[in-house]
Design a protein. Structure first.
Length: 578
């Protein structure tokens, strides 16, 4: 019923406005029709916005502006009551349009400066016409009014000069000062907006053009009598001002129109891998900056689609967070442009359409997070093993090895002191004991070196590989880069070579082996190849399998190529800093 009343009011006012323009003002028919079409356009698009977004006051503001514009034409009637009422209220339509522009797109005017402009606009549009009416006697010429007498019901004085001054001052304030301030607000909002907000605020550019042309139009026709290009100015102003409500309503209905994309989103998600889920949601919400955070069960925080922890922004005016829930459980959070807060229904609809895909992505992200924890645990185990190796090597070197060396020195010293006074059997026993101690020291040194060679830390990987080859019973050729790497990288490469050469010596029946170490695209490649019997397998023993685990714990890979009778090739790929 409300819509019918408003439509009927618009139609009636349009008919009266057209009749007055043609019969009383003798305006050309096309210009009179343009004035009516302008008012009807504001009413129509205002009703559309009102129906679609009932909680947003921009629709009612545009309807009121359209009705006020049509009613404004009634001030040209030769009836005293119509002239008095609509001369007083005629300029309110401009204040309503300015109010709608400043309230776009949320429907709320934010900031004291913007509210001040709105208040000043209504005040100017009401007080100046009222003051002019009080000083108008009904006989003198009014600005932009035909030279016909208008009977005034509220006039209390007669001052044609004061009336002219008041009307010109109103034009300067309304279309000069306030229009300029409105432009400043529009430019400031566009400059400080995010990329998505700029797309939403694009209709304000049309508003800016309309404001400028309307201000030029009013100022020219107020201060210049029948200027050059009179008709051109009118039609330019008409085109801009009628484009304004169309642009505003198009912006307001973006969220409604965007819901059409939700059906496409549902179809798209059926064929979209988890890695492309964020991009699909970003397109549906028209927000390229969208970030997707997947909730871990038990409120254990959020992770990205790779399983890495994500911290949601707090108190960031340029980012907003909306959670997606299913059956009361948070399954994801969307970190998005703040402008989407005004379109919560759209965000909720997208979340509802994508909840199955989000649930699947969350499970996969949780699996990746658990895998990352396992990999971290493996890396910690390897690191702890290396630390324990170094501790044992230090203990052997500084403890047992040094004590054996000291014992050998003491026995040799005792042997020299006693000289020829020793029984030959005792002499032989001492000599044998000292030799055994020296042999034990040498074996202990080799054992300690195998646990964690000191030369690896002091001379680097190339020196350690050379030392390893020198101790091998099988001839080994080493070609190794002299670059230094992180200690853990060098340790992993060394043990790959150490285990592979041990297998060559024990099982391969090889006559020669080669060891190659080089940097390749951020990866240290360690390759050991022999000409032995082949037939080795990773799962055949704990040695190579343990090496594979060690390398994989660093994010690398161990490959084995060992066809029977054609030798064995072991390649370790260990990530390192480029």
């Amino acid at each position: 019923m409300r819509w019918i009343v408003l439509i009927a009011a618009g139609v009636v006012l349009g008919v009266f406005a057209f009749d007055i323009q043609v019969d009383d003002l003798h305006s050309p028919t096309e210009r009179a029709a343009a004035q009516v079409v302008l008012g009807w356009t504001y009413v129509a698009v205002g009703l559309l916005a009102w129906i679609r977004r009932r909680g947003n006051p921009i629709g009612p503001l545009l309807v009121a502006a359209g009705l006020a514009w049509l009613a404004r034409q009634l001030r040209y009637a030769d009836t005293a009551a119509l002239f008095t009422v609509f001369f007083l209220l005629g300029d309110v339509c401009y204040a309503l349009v300015g109010h709608a522009v400043l309230a776009y797109p949320t429907g709320k005017v934010r900031g004291r400066f913007e509210r001040g402009i709105v208040i000043a606009g209504y005040t100017t549009a009401l007080l100046f016409p009222l003051a002019a009416l009080l000083l108008y006697d009904g006989r003198s010429q009014l600005i932009q009014m035909q030279p016909i007498p208008h009977e005034n019901l509220v006039g209390i004085a007669d001052s044609a000069r004061a009336v002219e001054l008041l009307q010109k001052t109103e034009v300067i304030v309304l279309f000069g000062v306030l229009a300029t301030l409105l432009l400043v607000v529009i430019v400031r909002r566009l400059a400080g907006a995010t990329a998505r907000e700029r797309r939403m605020l694009a209709p304000l550019l049309v508003a800016a053009v309309a404001i400028v042309l309307r201000a030029v139009f009013e100022c020219v026709f107020t201060f210049v009598d029948r200027p050059f290009a009179y008709d051109y100015l009118f039609w330019w102003q008409f085109a801009a001002v009628i484009a304004l409500p169309l642009a505003l309503v198009a912006g307001l209905l973006r969220a409604r129109l965007a819901r059409v994309a939700i059906g496409d989103l549902v179809i798209e998600l059926e064929h979209t891998p988890t890695s492309g889920l964020r991009d699909s949601l970003a397109r549906a919400l028209d927000d390229p900056s969208l970030e997707l955070a997947l909730a871990l069960p038990g409120r254990r925080g959020f992770v990205d689609d790779s399983g890495r922890p994500v911290r949601l922004p707090e108190n960031d005016p340029r980012r907003a967070v909306t959670t997606v829930e299913h059956d009361g459980e948070v399954i994801a959070a969307l970190v998005h442009d703040p402008s989407l807060l005004e379109e919560r229904q759209l965000v909720q609809a997208v979340g509802a359409a994508a909840h199955l895909a989000l649930e699947n992505a969350r499970l996969q992200a949780e699996l990746r997070a658990q895998l990352a924890l396992v990999e971290e645990s493996r890396a910690r185990i390897v690191a702890a093993g290396d630390e324990e190796r170094q501790r044992i090597e230090r203990d052997l070197h500084d403890g047992a090895q040094q004590r054996l060396v000291a014992m050998a020195i003491e026995l040799r010293s005792a042997q020299r002191r006693l000289g020829g006074n020793l029984d030959p059997e005792v002499e032989r026993l001492l000599t044998t004991t000292v030799d055994d101690l020296q042999t034990a020291v040498q074996e202990l040194r080799e054992l300690a070196s195998g646990i964690h060679p000191t030369i690896l830390a002091e001379g680097g990987l190339a020196a350690a590989l050379d030392s390893l080859a020198a101790r091998s019973p099988v001839p080994v050729t080493v070609t190794a880069t002299r670059d230094r790497f992180a200690p853990e990288v060098e340790t992993d490469a060394y043990f790959v070579a150490c285990e592979a050469l041990a297998n060559v010596a024990k099982h391969a029946r090889a006559t020669h082996a080669t060891v190659t170490a080089r940097r390749d695209n951020g990866v240290l490649l360690i390759e050991i190849e022999d000409d032995g019997a082949g037939g080795a397998r990773l799962d055949a023993g704990s040695g190579l399998r343990g090496l594979a685990d060690r390398v994989e714990a660093r994010g690398g890979h161990l490959r084995l190529d060992s066809p029977a009778g054609q030798g064995t090739r072991v390649v370790g790929e260990i990530p390192c800093a480029s």
